[in-house]
Design a protein around this ligand. Structure first.
Ligand SMILES: [Zn+2]
Length: 473
């Protein structure tokens, strides 16, 4: 793996020609928040240069920007980024740590502070910015990756670059929303943005990336320029022992790296199924990467990671699940640090519908049956210790007692709730309501109230049926 980028030269360039790379939007000055990131992937380190053009599209006056550095959660001074039960799978070669080194912050600000404990970089602006105003901030940083099968790091098959960059926290009611990094559930929470990302592909590696990719070669090394719009986060997977398969399906460029080309067929079926049920797929690319992974899979902006040890229908289920997240996570966001059930429950129910609609009702039934069985066992245990879970779905990730609790509420109970809604208001009404929810909240972060409102617009008072299942934090 040779180094080709010289970040300091790039830095001088981006500082002297501030808007040169603002290709995420049609104009030279972006009218929506845009990240331009350059990565030099070397053997020991990844050197990164990043420009963020933030556009205030809210009615709030903003005096600062807050960036969450998820990569910092893997530092040796931090608790492990997994729960104790996952440790052996997450670190098969022994516990390993990463390092995020901030070399500098440049641009239109008064001061900045990197709080190691919270992983948050706060950039105090020279002047508060109002709606329609924009500001540009540049970062230079180095990444040393942990050896792990978690979301971020390297292992014997390749590299997972997710949550690797300082990412703006989501703005909720004018406040930057963040919480401590959680080993339970999905710790990433952000607003959608546009991305232009350039990276080199180490020799003999295949890649999967968010966005539309253009390849070029310089001095024998392959470079990728990826461009994505309105995605919730940007991810790259590099794999040393995978085949790459591609297909174009109804205008969507599908790419897959792994050893199970059926994934491409499942992806086509999933795009068709969800597109018909909820509304057109929001992006023009979809990447899937099989990797060693501590869980079944994980969703990112127009990219899904699948645990490569899965086979058969279980593999298909995870592919269908992670693709459903492109509707319920990437396009329609929700606060997964607080109401993880909102996207996971809908995604699980969508996966159930995937099997119903693609001719495998038996598997759909078995998914429901498993959810009922596991959830009722869980309820029995909770009741027996005097901690019933009636009315509980929401809750901050960091306050949840463990994965067992998280999975049973966030996935099983929430899926059962959506099946209950289907049986109560009728499948056609529910699908219409969910399509309305999708259309109304595409590229936004939908609150639980937004979800209720969308559903009630199609079927008055339907959300009242959900209230006793849910308690929001
Ligand atoms: Zn999920």
């Amino acid at each position: 793996m040779k180094k080709k980028f010289v970040p300091i030269i790039l830095l001088i360039f981006i500082l002297s020609v501030p808007m040169f790379a603002a290709t995420g939007c049609k104009r030279s000055t972006p009218d929506c928040t845009t990240y331009d990131i350059w990565l030099d992937i070397g053997e020991e380190k990844i050197e990164c240069t990043q420009s963020v053009y933030f556009v205030n599209d809210t009615d709030y006056l903003l005096a600062d920007l807050k960036f969450n550095v998820y990569a910092n959660a893997y530092d040796i001074k931090k608790p492990l980024a997994c729960v104790p039960q996952e440790e052996a799978n997450a670190y098969p070669e022994g516990v390993s740590y990463g390092k995020f080194e901030l070399e500098g912050v440049f641009g239109e600000y008064q001061k900045y502070e990197f709080d190691f404990d919270s992983n948050i970089i706060t950039v105090t602006l020279a002047d508060p910015i109002k709606k329609g105003d924009s500001v540009k901030v540049d970062f230079v940083y180095d990444l040393t990756l942990p050896h792990t099968t978690l979301r971020y790091g390297f292992n014997e098959c390749g590299i997972s670059l997710t949550g690797f960059y300082p990412q703006l926290c989501a703005l909720v009611d004018g406040e930057w929303y963040f919480d401590e990094f959680s080993a339970i559930g999905d710790p990433y929470f952000a607003d959608t943005a546009n991305y232009n990302v350039t990276f080199n592909v180490p020799e003999d590696c295949e890649y999967a990336s968010s966005g539309k990719c253009k390849e070029s070669t310089k001095d024998g090394e392959k470079f990728i320029s990826a461009k994505a719009e309105n995605i919730r986060d940007f991810a790259i997977v590099l794999s040393a022992d995978s085949q790459k398969y591609t297909a174009k399906h109804n205008g969507v460029q599908i790419s897959y790296i792994g050893e199970n080309p059926d994934a491409v067929e499942y992806a086509k079926k999933a795009l068709d199924t969800y597109g018909k049920l909820f509304g057109k797929y929001a992006y023009d690319t979809l990447a899937i990467a099989d990797m060693p992974f501590v869980a079944g899979g994980m969703e990112y902006g127009s990219l899904c990671v699948i645990n490569r040890s899965l086979t058969g229908a279980a593999y298909e289920e995870v592919v269908a699940h992670e693709i459903a997240h492109q509707w319920w996570y990437s396009a329609v966001g929700s606060n997964n640090l607080c109401d993880a059930w909102q996207d996971e429950g809908l995604t699980s129910y969508a996966t159930y519908l995937y099997f119903v609609n693609t001719g495998n009702a038996t598997y759909a039934d078995s998914m429901l049956c498993d959810a009922y069985t596991q959830f009722h066992k869980f309820c029995d245990i909770q009741n027996s210790v005097g901690e019933p879970v009636k009315g509980k779905l929401g809750g901050k990730l960091k306050d949840l007692p463990g994965n067992y609790y998280y999975v049973n509420l966030t996935y099983n109970k929430a899926m059962i709730m959506w099946k209950y809604m289907q049986d109560t208001i009728g499948k056609d009404n529910l699908i219409k309501a969910l399509a309305h929810y999708y259309g109304q909240n595409k590229f936004a972060v939908a609150s639980v109230r937004d979800m209720y409102d969308s559903i009630d617009e199609i079927y008055p008072n339907a959300s009242a049926l959900m209230q006793s299942w849910i308690s929001n934090c």
